[in-house]
Design a protein around this ligand. Structure first.
Ligand code: ZN
Length: 76
């Protein structure tokens, strides 16, 4: 059996199976869904529900807060 890749949520730093995390990307200062190339990062579904997730992602990744708000809303 092959090991499933494990990745870390940038908000709570918990490690989860990659497939259970939401994969995101910073693109020219905005937040987008992972495009399939370039660097990406992850948040977990629990953090997605957190009130502070928008600020955490915007602050930690230096992304425009409005684009974070809009994209994360589309996952809820
Ligand atoms: Zn998390």
């Amino acid at each position: 059996m092959k090991n499933k890749p494990i990745r870390m949520c940038i908000a709570c730093r918990k490690r989860e199976k990659q497939q259970e995390l939401i994969r995101l990307q910073k693109d020219q200062g905005n937040l987008i869904r992972y495009s399939g190339k370039g660097r990406s990062f992850y948040i977990c579904t629990k953090c997605l529900e957190s009130q502070h997730i928008t600020k955490i992602v915007a602050g930690r990744m230096k992304i425009d807060i409005k684009s974070v708000e809009e994209l994360l809303r589309s996952y809820k």
